[in-house]
Design a protein around this ligand. Structure first.
Ligand SMILES: Cc1ncc(COP(=O)(O)O)c(C=O)c1O
Length: 400
């Protein structure tokens, strides 16, 4: 590997919620007393434990060396970087006017909802559901209707019949597609997206497609941009992107959306402008430019290889050494959504028992219940492989 995916970073004392703020952030499980001799292996919140690609730090440092930080507008290079990135990785042609900044993907989701829905309206999502969707949709007064994904032939699939019934019964006008899907790691195929879109077209449903994980596909899987599957999809979808998962930039804040339909993008722009503060942080802009260049492209290819290795290791480990625990191998993201139902029932333990024990031995994994997984735990695998191995050894010895 040309880049560093093996150094164990010291993240303490640097404000990282992954290791430093569990009590405030995590309620009860932040209060678990860790056994002596077991350091924290951060495997919950979706950030990575690798140094960023050097071109990002260089871009930020170059900008910091210019000592003014007043008010700024996105420069041409910002848009060109996105246009080139989207073409290179996802094969889509997008023009500058079809791109706009959002203060985070969840902010973009709410701006789009505010255009397309009234408060109290129903919105369709798949479950398991990313907990961030649940929080912001609830807080902004939208009523979530869930269509459960189903497990079929060792993969998670959409239940189109259920989706159609929910659309009709709940007068659905907007659906959220998470592509790739967090927390299951499904990377939807073109056929699946076409089928979902045909259904949405039948009922005039608009789509908000969260593609924050688009760049992180594993083991050769390829992500298909939702807007690319049909003319209806192109005209009725708000697609949300960011460099924050791909390059570990969430702390700098910054994402963007792509909207082809002129009316829709003008309404979303209006909505996004209401708070006045939905504007670019100048360092975040330079970080994106540093990320979306030639070095970043090379780095992401290596990242995908490393993450594929970690995911393969963890899935093999679970299958061979943790009886009663099951997992469907993710095709994208760096998250595992393990299912402990059989283990709990056979051994007469609760998910809480397992979950807290993990924390007690320093494996800071994430409760799957807020994602609608009754017996699930979500595990972040964006760490050096040596740490993933250490975590699974602890799980085998002390937890399961
Ligand atoms: C599917 C999905 N959407 C949105 C976000 C959060 O994005 P942002 O921090 O840009 O709001 C995450 C973070 O993990 C995510 O997994």
């Amino acid at each position: 590997m040309k880049y560093d995916f093996t150094t164990i970073l010291d993240r303490y004392g640097k404000d990282a919620i992954a290791v430093d703020m569990p009590t405030d952030y995590l309620g009860n499980y932040g209060k678990v007393k860790r056994e002596e001799g077991f350091d924290v292996i951060p495997m919950w919140v979706a950030d990575m434990n690798f140094p960023v690609v050097p071109s990002i730090q260089k871009a930020i440092i170059d900008r910091v060396n210019s000592p003014t930080f007043g008010y700024y507008a996105p420069r041409e290079e910002y848009f060109n970087s996105i246009i080139e990135w989207q073409k290179h990785f996802h094969g889509i042609d997008v023009r500058k006017e079809e791109i706009a900044y959002d203060n985070g993907v969840l902010g973009g989701l709410i701006s789009a909802c505010n255009v397309l829905l009234s408060k109290g309206d129903n919105i369709l999502l798949h479950s398991p559901t990313y907990v961030g969707f649940t929080g912001v949709l609830h807080n902004n007064g939208y009523n979530m209707v869930h269509s459960p994904l189903i497990k079929k032939d060792d993969t998670w699939v959409m239940d189109y019949e259920d989706m159609e019934k929910k659309i009709v019964d709940n007068n659905i006008k907007v659906a959220v597609i998470c592509n790739p899907h967090n927390p299951t790691g499904r990377v939807w195929t073109r056929e699946e997206l076409e089928k979902a879109m045909a259904l949405f077209e039948k009922y005039g449903v608009y789509v908000i497609s969260d593609e924050i994980w688009a760049d992180i596909t594993l083991n050769g899987n390829k992500q298909i941009p939702t807007q690319s599957v049909s003319e209806y999809a192109r005209e009725h979808t708000v697609a949300l992107y960011a460099p924050s998962k791909t390059f570990n930039l969430a702390g700098l804040i910054g994402s963007y959306h792509i909207i082809y339909n002129k009316w829709l993008r003008e309404r979303v722009a209006k909505e996004a402008s209401l708070c006045h503060y939905n504007s670019m942080n100048v360092l975040s802009m330079h970080a994106l430019i540093g990320a979306y260049g030639a070095e970043g492209k090379e780095w992401v290819e290596e990242l995908k290889e490393v993450l594929s290795g970690n995911v393969n290791y963890a899935c093999d480990f679970i299958r061979e050494r943790l009886p009663g625990v099951s997992v469907i191998k993710p095709e994208g993201t760096y998250m595992l959504f393990i299912d402990c139902e059989e283990y709990c029932k056979k051994n007469n333990v609760t998910l809480d028992d397992l979950f807290y024990k993990g924390w007690q031995y320093g494996v800071y994994w994430q409760d799957g219940r807020p994602f609608h997984g009754e017996y699930n735990i979500r595990i972040n695998l964006a760490l050096p492989l040596s740490r993933v191995k250490e975590a699974f050894d602890r799980l085998e010895k002390y937890v399961f």
